[in-house]
Ligand binder design. Sequence first.
Ligand code: URA
Length: 209
Amino acid sequence: MGCVHLIDHPLIQHKLSIIRDATTGPKEFRELVEEIATLMAYEVTRDFPLEEVEIQTPIATAKAKVIAGKKIAVVPILRAGLVMADGIMKLIPAAKMGHIGLYRDPNTLQPVEYYCKLPADLQERDMIVVDPMLATGGSATAAIDFLKKRGTKGIKLVCLIAAPEGIARVQQAHPDVEIFVAAIDERLDDHGYIIPGLGDAGDRLFGTK
Ligand code: URA
């Protein structure tokens, strides 16, 4: 089964409580989502390999560690994943960004793909797929399916809030994918929203409701 990392650092929990609050407006919501994603990136990148190089400090020659040229692509699922992707890119600015556009059919709740643009060398890159809400798991599973069909191997999924149903679905379809979340909530409602969640992440990020 794919590993689930619950990143429950106090700063993340505090900021998450503010964005859950229905009275938090889009500007603050966006800023906090980006900050939380940056904080999560710290844990998501923990296994990045290091190599030793020799550097010259003002005092002496020293052996120092640097990240060993790992190639990464951050892939937000449009549109809600965009702001989280910016937050992650702050810590790994050399990463490339791909985009996958999926929307959830309101009747079937199934993901429908409408856009995809990925780095040309995606087979050489580890992918960090980003979507704030892991609800039914349909979009995340479809996005990961798509990346794997194109030859991607190492994939991590980063979400703010997950429902147990979404985690189970991704784990079942993609047991090799590590999942990083800041909270695991109770369950889904009849419309596929996470309870208690934070509402529609895309609408709250972009002020469209
Ligand atoms: N997508 C959202 O934006 N919110 C949910 O609660 C579920 C899916």
